[in-house]
Design a protein around this ligand. Structure first.
Ligand code: SF4
Ligand code: SF4
Length: 390
């Protein structure tokens, strides 16, 4: 990458701090996706959308200037969720996008429903969708995901399919999909069979255990017209819980871009430096030998990322939702986002006396995690008042 290019990216990313080079209303008003910085684009399944390969997962961001810098840099796809920051994340996205040409951005949100669904699921889920639209100050989103489906049955549940189809018919969303951390190839096949899903947002990185099977299922999904968006691509952001060894974000992104079945990635950058790293990667998106070796070495290391193999769930005498708890651990110690970690734990409705029935832990984690220690460490968060958390 040339010095000029690097400088341009840095200036562009930090424009939100004051030195605006581009008027956001003008920069993309007449531009197609990705033209501001010539970010390569890929088609999103049968949706007809063509998205830059770099998007923004807004989850951790709480500074609208970072969104502005991303937008000015050619990023057009912003991914939020009903639950992020207790709704403040959607409100921030809505405030930022209000007044911008509707065809200059793509917004995705997600709502989570407890499974099995309650008697009032349809009514409650519709109300959540309406609340999200109100917070976003929009009459429709571009992509609506059923959030974090972990079971194959959820993907094909007729009640979920009916309510998603209704959202689309009512014009509340242009496209429908689901997100998953479970990474089961069977979920993708279930989505193909269901026939209504346009997009799947899926965890994808070099640590996945069933990588080959997952990639084959993704290829089947693409053939069926489903678009794929990648998340959790940086395996936790840091290698260690102390945050001393940061993961090379660029290498992780480039590893994912190798798979052309993924249209785009939604890295959760929350400051200008992290955005700069992503922009530097997109300016030179091919994985080089050094980065390839770095990724290969990381494959054999214990990181903060739980690969969701679910072996521990059967091993645990209390059948605890350990993969979700490990995700909460990663949000706190990797992403440095305790409120997101607490929200994730609260959704699990955990008992206040965990692991009390065991003298020694019967779980052997495939990633080498000391599961009992991590559970004890992270669950302290549920007792911390929200006002002390960021
Ligand atoms: S100590 Fe281990 S086996 Fe026992 S409940 Fe905790 S995680 Fe499960
Ligand atoms: S065994 Fe380890 S890696 Fe696998 S799901 Fe459980 S915590 Fe995650």
């Amino acid at each position: 990458m040339s010095l000029n290019r690097r400088n341009f990216l840095r200036i562009s990313a930090t424009a939100g701090a004051g030195a605006l080079f581009l008027n956001p209303a003008e920069s993309l008003a007449s531009a197609k996706a990705g033209e501001a910085l010539k970010i390569p684009t890929r088609k999103l399944g049968k949706t007809g959308l063509e998205l830059p390969i770099l998007s923004m997962g807004v989850m951790r961001a709480d500074n609208p200037s970072v969104l502005r810098a991303a937008y000015n840099s050619g990023i057009v796809h912003f991914d939020t969720a009903h639950g992020y920051q207790n709704g403040k994340n959607e409100e921030m996205v809505g405030n930022f996008l209000t007044g911008k040409p509707r065809d200059s951005f793509i917004v995705a949100t997600k709502c989570k429903a407890r499974y099995p669904f309650s008697e009032n699921f349809e009514k409650e889920y519709s109300e959540m969708m309406d609340t999200s639209l109100k917070r976003l100050q929009m009459d429709h989103v571009d992509i609506f995901y059923a959030h974090a489906l972990d079971k194959v049955e959820e993907v094909k549940d007729p009640r979920l399919l009916a309510v998603l189809a209704k959202f689309k018919e009512e014009g509340k969303t242009r496209f429908i999909g689901f997100s998953t951390h479970a990474n089961k190839p069977e979920q993708i096949d279930a989505a193909i069979d269901a026939g209504i899903y346009d997009v799947i947002l899926i965890s994808y990185n070099f640590k996945l255990k069933q990588l080959k099977e997952t990639e084959e299922a993704i290829a089947r999904g693409v053939k069926a017209g489903i678009g794929f968006v990648a998340m959790k691509t940086m395996t936790g952001g840091t290698e260690d819980a102390e945050g001393k060894k940061k993961i090379d974000a660029g290498a992780c992104l480039k590893w994912v871009w190798q798979n052309e079945n993924f249209t785009t990635i939604i890295p959760g950058f929350s400051n200008y430096d992290e955005l700069d790293e992503c922009l530097a990667a997109v300016a030179d998106p091919k994985l080089n030998d050094k980065e390839r070796k770095y990724i290969a070495a990381l494959c054999n290391e214990e990181l903060l990322y739980c690969v969701n193999c679910r072996k521990c769930v059967a091993d645990c005498v209390e059948h605890l939702p350990i993969p979700d708890m490990m995700r909460a651990y990663m949000y706190n110690y990797g992403y440095r986002h305790p409120s997101l970690s607490k929200d994730t734990l609260m959704e699990l409705s955990l008992s206040d006396k965990l692991c009390t029935s065991c003298n020694s832990c019967s779980v052997t984690c495939t990633e080498g995690f000391d599961v009992k220690q991590k559970i004890a460490s992270i669950t302290r968060l549920v007792n911390v008042p929200d006002e002390f958390l960021v």
